[in-house]
Design a binder for this molecule. Structure first.
Ligand SMILES: Cc1ncc(COP(=O)(O)O)c(C=O)c1O
Length: 435
C-alpha cells in the first residue's frame, strides 16, 4: 500500500496544524453514514460532522445523486446577468422555512465569505443612506466569524491574535456562558447587558450592527448562553436603531434542535449567514440573507449604491443542487426524529458523566450539540493535551477535536442512540491517562 500520509506530509500545508509536531494525517478513503473509513479499513465515528458540515452522514445517496444529475446539465455559469433553476429553487425552498422578512438571498461559497459579506452589506446599508459615521460593530468577546480580515475584526478569537495589527476596532461584550447547575448565570448576563447598554449609550451613532453567533459560540469552546438573554440584547439593540446580524454558519439546519437558532427566541435578525450544513456537507456554498429593507437601500440608478461584491463560483449550480437535496432531507419527519434521538442520547450520556466523572465539568447541551470541560491543572499545555487526546480518540475509532479544555460532540443526524451511548461509556477510559 502506498503510504499516502507520508507523501501528504511532504507536500501539503494543512489548516490549523502545527506541522512540526503534528501526527501524520489519517488518510480517509471513503465515508458511510456517520463513519469515515481509513486507508487501512479502520472505521471512525465522525462525532464532529467533519468540521460541523455534515448533516445526514457521509456519501448520502440522495445528495450525491442530485449533484451527479446537475453536473450532467450545467456545472457553472457566471451569476451576474445570469441565473439558473437550482439557485432559484433553493431560495424558494429556504423561503418556506425562513420567516417572511428574510427574503433576499446573496450567494457565496464558505462561512467566512458569508459573514464578510454581511459585514460589508451592513456597512454599505448605512453608507447608501449617507450615514458616514458608522464604522464599528458590537459582538461577543471570544466570538468567531471566520478567517477573513473583516470576520476576524468583528470576532475576537484567540486564534487571530497574530493579526491584531491588521484588524479594525470594534466593541465586544462578555458572552455569559452557562451550563448545567450554573448558579451565576444571572450575574453574568447582567454584566453583559450592562456592557451593551454602556456601548450603545456612548457609541450608538457609530455602530453598524450587533453581530453574534446565536446561542452557541462554536470555535470558542461550544459555549452556550440562554435564549432569554439573546432575545433581550437583540431587542435592546434594535430599539437603538442598530442592525442585528446572526452568524448561523454553525447553528443552522437543526443543530440547536430547531432549523435555525433564532427560532428559539421571539426575534428575526436583519441579516443571517448560512454555510456549513447548507449542502449537507457535500460542497462549499454559503448564503447571506437580508430583509427587503436592507436590499432596497442598494437600489438606485447607478452602480455607486449597488453591492459590488462577487466570487467566481457564486451560486454554483452543483452546490445549489446539493443544498436543495439537503433541504428535502431536512424537512423529512425522519430527520426530526433523528435529531430528537441525538438530543435524548446526549441528555442521558451527560447525566451519566455528571454523576460519575469528576474530571469533567460544565456539562451543557443544546439540541444535537453536547459539550463539557476537562478539569485540568492550570500549568498544562492545552495544545499538547489536545494533540494527545485526539490521538487517543483516533486509536479508539472516534473523530473528536478538543477545543482548549472543551470536549464536544456534534454528530451527523444519522448517528444512532447506541453509537452515542457507547461513546459516553468509553470516554472515561479514553481520557483517564491524560490527567
Ligand atoms: C460561526 C461561524 N462563522 C463562520 C465560520 C467560518 O466558516 P468557514 O470555515 O466555512 O469559512 C465558522 C467556521 O467554523 C463558524 O463556526
Amino acid at each position: 500500500m502506498i503510504n499516502l500520509a507520508k507523501i501528504d506530509k511532504q507536500i501539503i500545508w494543512h489548516p490549523i496544524t502545527q506541522d512540526k509536531i503534528a501526527d501524520l494525517p489519517v488518510i480517509i478513503k471513503e465515508g458511510m453514514g456517520p463513519y469515515l473509513i481509513g486507508q487501512d479499513n479502520k472505521k471512525y465515528l465522525d462525532l464532529i460532522s467533519s468540521w460541523w458540515v455534515n448533516l445526514y452522514g457521509h456519501a448520502n445517496p440522495h445528495i450525491a445523486k442530485a449533484i451527479y444529475e446537475q453536473a450532467l446539465k450545467l456545472e457553472q455559469v457566471i451569476f451576474a446577468g445570469f441565473s439558473h433553476e437550482p439557485a432559484i429553487n433553493l431560495c424558494m425552498g429556504l423561503q418556506k422555512i425562513l420567516p417572511q422578512p428574510l427574503k433576499r438571498f446573496f450567494f457565496s461559497d464558505n462561512g467566512s465569505s458569508a459573514t464578510e459579506i454581511a459585514i460589508k452589506m451592513a456597512f454599505q446599508y448605512w453608507f447608501n443612506q449617507k450615514d458616514y459615521n458608522k464604522k464599528s460593530y458590537i459582538s461577543f468577546a471570544g466570538g468567531y466569524h471566520g478567517d477573513t480580515i473583516g470576520a476576524m475584526s468583528v470576532g475576537q478569537s484567540p486564534l487571530h491574535r497574530t493579526f491584531g495589527a491588521l484588524l479594525f476596532k470594534n466593541h465586544h461584550i462578555p458572552f455569559p456562558q452557562t451550563w448545567d447547575g450554573d448558579l451565576d448565570v444571572e450575574l453574568k448576563e447582567e454584566i453583559s447587558l450592562n456592557a451593551l447598554q454602556e456601548i450603545i449609550k456612548k457609541h450608538k451613532d457609530e455602530i453598524i450592527a450587533l453581530m453574534v453567533e446565536p446561542l452557541v459560540q462554536g470555535a470558542n469552546g461550544m459555549q452556550i448562553c440562554r435564549p432569554s438573554f439573546l432575545e433581550e440584547i437583540c431587542k435592546l439593540t434594535r430599539e437603538a436603531g442598530i442592525l442585528v446580524i446572526f452568524d448561523e454558519v454553525m447553528t443552522g439546519f437543526g443543530r440547536t434542535g430547531k432549523n435555525f437558532a433564532f427560532e428559539h427566541i421571539d426575534f428575526v435578525p436583519d441579516i443571517i449567514c448560512l454555510s456549513k450544513g447548507l449542502t449537507g456537507g457535500f460542497l462549499p456554498l454559503a448564503l447571506t440573507i437580508a430583509t427587503e429593507k436592507i436590499f432596497e437601500a442598494f437600489l438606485g440608478n447607478n452602480m455607486q449604491v449597488a453591492f459590488t461584491h462577487s466570487h467566481s463560483y457564486t451560486a454554483n449550480p452543483l452546490g445549489c443542487a446539493a443544498a436543495i437535496a439537503s433541504l428535502e432531507l431536512l424537512v423529512k419527519a425522519e430527520t426530526t426524529e433523528n435529531i430528537s434521538t441525538i438530543k435524548e442520547a446526549h441528555t442521558i450520556g451527560l447525566q451519566k458523566l455528571l454523576a460519575t466523572e469528576a474530571k469533567l465539568e460544565k456539562f451543557r447541551q443544546i439540541g444535537t450539540i453536547a459539550a463539557f470541560d476537562m478539569v485540568l491543572p492550570d500549568d498544562l499545555d492545552l495544545f499538547k493535551v489536545a494533540l494527545s487526546l485526539r490521538r487517543k480518540f483516533i486509536e479508539a475509532g472516534y473523530i473528536i477535536r478538543p477545543l482548549g479544555k472543551t470536549l464536544y460532540l456534534l454528530p451527523p443526524y444519522c448517528t444512532s442512540a447506541q453509537e452515542l451511548e457507547q461513546f459516553y461509556e468509553n470516554i472515561s477510559a479514553i481520557i483517564a491517562e491524560e490527567f
